[in-house]
Design a protein around this ligand. Sequence first.
Ligand code: FEO
Length: 166
Amino acid sequence: MNTVIEGLLNDQIKYEAKASMQYLAMASWADASGYNGVATFFYNQSEEERLHMTKLVKFVNERGGQVIISELEKPKAVFESLNELFETFLSSEIFVTEQINKVIFECLQNKDYNVHNFMQWYVTEQLEEEALARTLLDKLTIIGGDKSGQYLFDRDINTIAAKNTL
Ligand code: FEO
C-alpha cells in the first residue's frame, strides 16, 4: 500500500475513534442531564463511529498495510446546553468530512482506485450524518430556550434520526 495513503487511512482510524469517544462523552452528559432520548441517540452514534473505525482497520489489514491504533485526547465532556452539544456534533462531522475528502484527493493523485472505491461508502455516510446534524441543530435553534420544546425534542429525536437515514 502507498505509504501516503496508508498514513491517511491510519489518521482516519484515529478520527473515527475520536468521534466515537466524543459521542460517548456526549451521550453520558445527556444521560446525566435527564435527556434520555438524546443520550440514546449519541450512544448509537458512538457505536456507529466505532464501526466506521473497525471497517478501516480491517481494510488496511486486508490490503497488507500496517494499522496504527493511536492514543486519543480526552473528549469534551461538559456542555452548556443542548445547542452546544449539537454544535459539537456538527463540527465533528464537518471535520471528518474534510479529512475524508483529503483521503479521496490523495487516492486520485496516487491513482489508488481501490482505496478510492472503498472510501465512497464513507463519502455517502458523511453526507447523511452532516445533513442529520444540521437538521437537528436547526430544530434546536427554532426551539431556543423553550423547555417544553426541548422536552419534545428529547422525546422525538430518535424518530427524527430514523426518518433522516431512510
Ligand atoms: Fe464516521 Fe461520522 O464520522
